[in-house]
Design a protein around this ligand. Sequence first.
Ligand SMILES: Cc1cc2nc3c(=O)[nH]c(=O)nc-3n(C[C@H](O)[C@H](O)[C@H](O)COP(=O)(O)O)c2cc1C
Length: 342
Amino acid sequence: MAGYTNAPTRTMALRFGASVVYTEMAGVEGLVHEHSDLTWQLLETLPEERGRAIAHLYGRDPGHFARAAERIAATGRFTGIDINAGCPVPKVTACGAGSALMREPALVREIVAAASAASGLPVSVKTRLGFHPGNVTAFDILHAAEDGGAAALSIHGRYKSQGHAGPVDLALVARVRAAASIPVFGNGGVNDAATASRYAAETGVAALLVGQASIGHPWVFREIREGRSFGPGDSHSSYLALDEIRRAWIAHLDAELAFAELIASKYPSSAPKPPPEEIAAIRFRVHLFRYGAGLRGTSYMRGRMSSLHTRADCVRALDGCLECERRFRARRGPPQPGGLAS
Ligand SMILES: Cc1cc2nc3c(=O)[nH]c(=O)nc-3n(C[C@H](O)[C@H](O)[C@H](O)COP(=O)(O)O)c2cc1C
């Protein structure tokens, strides 16, 4: 997910039970033409991702896909390449990429074939059901992906018109899966163990992709693997012991730090830049906010967000937030029946 799934976030997902992780979306133009450092930085990984990371790309020119795919394979960092044919963001669709590809199955076939041949890596396509109900493109994209030699299709069970929210049409995902000769992965609205098990049971997909529910809550992967659901009315992290929350937050913060140092050493810049520790703290602010969702200290953190410049600043804010939650829990008493014990 653009803006979120950088290497530290992906590493946390893996630690909590994800099988594979996808990079943020990188434009093939930036990878081949401009040699844009910023685009290549999106494809940097941390050591724990080795063998479990897939490069997620957007674009529309098969030649550019081929050259980018070859270079991606040469990094040795990725087990596969995923092609975006579903992103609704105007910046992406305006250049004929993302969901604009949903009306060009022949081009999708060409892109898949070009990326596969040039990289030798398994190539998948991620798409949506269609543009809107009554305009279903998923079957055309499935067959184009198959013809191009794709290893899998990921289907977000919503229409472009829905953006990233709203009901997911599991019956239609099941029909796409039934029509496929390659594995189909299901996505959309997989938020916990209950929605995951329903998605799998009603569609028969080979794997599930978790998006928004994993941001600020990497525990979701473990919950899905273990089939554990929350009690009614419980918010995501409120069942977790405070020391487990703290350990995860600090692990994520330290991964941000390691990643900022890796970027600084691989991409030295003549322009003045904040030191890696400050870059890590700024990146971590986004996650801190999401990690705090459902905990009583969120407003405590919100007020301090812009003053977090170092690891120590971040740890102080985390501890302040957790102290608010600890006091709330002490007043509330033990978790209610139905919730998960901490
Ligand atoms: C902030 C944000 C960024 C996203 N970026 C991408 C992206 O770069 N590529 C992509 O295929 N999907 C992207 N998505 C869509 C998600 O991958 C996913 O398909 C969608 O959120 C539905 O799954 P979910 O209900 O589990 O979140 C993004 C979604 C959000 C909210």
